[in-house]
Design a binder for this molecule. Structure first.
Ligand SMILES: [Zn+2]
Length: 154
């Protein structure tokens, strides 16, 4: 088996596979996306054992593995924990033309970070610790882009 390439020139054909698919986000994230879509609200869930608050919500607490059924509405504000400025295009993947900013937002009332766009500010002006608020999309369809972006709080 090994070494056949030493005896025969290997021929490789290029190929391309396009596999459309869909998948369920499950009960917990479905509830979260419905809140985003129908009410334009960002909700989180709290562990009944340790009290840790997750956004996006989790079906189980990562720390104590308890079921997460205690839901709380967040005010939609938060603090930039970290960020990156994207300088390249990835059509179909990136939601806008570069340069733009992806950040991890620690939402007020939650213990975890939410990754999302930071906009409404020059990318060079984004800072760790910057206070931001969610801007909801006018047309929402039950997707993370129902949160249009986070913008600095003036
Ligand atoms: Zn817990």
């Amino acid at each position: 088996m090994a070494g056949w390439k030493d005896e025969v020139e290997e021929i490789i054909f290029p190929g391309k596979i396009c596999v459309p698919y869909s998948w369920t986000v499950g009960s917990t994230l479905s509830k979260w996306y419905v809140q985003l879509r129908d009410d334009g609200e960002i909700w989180a869930n709290r562990c009944p054992s340790c009290g840790k608050v997750y956004v996006p919500p989790k079906i189980k607490c990562i720390d104590c593995y308890k079921d997460m059924n205690d839901w709380i509405k967040l005010p939609g504000t938060g603090t930039v924990e970290t960020y990156t400025v994207v300088h390249y295009s990835e059509p179909g993947l990136h939601p806008k033309k570069p340069p733009f900013v992806y950040g991890v937002i620690k939402m007020d009332g939650a213990d975890t970070g939410l990754v999302h766009l930071i906009d409404g500010v020059d990318p060079d002006k984004v800072k760790v610790g910057m206070r931001v608020q969610a801007v909801m999309a006018k047309e929402r369809d039950g997707h993370i882009t129902d949160i249009k972006h986070f913008k600095p709080i003036a």
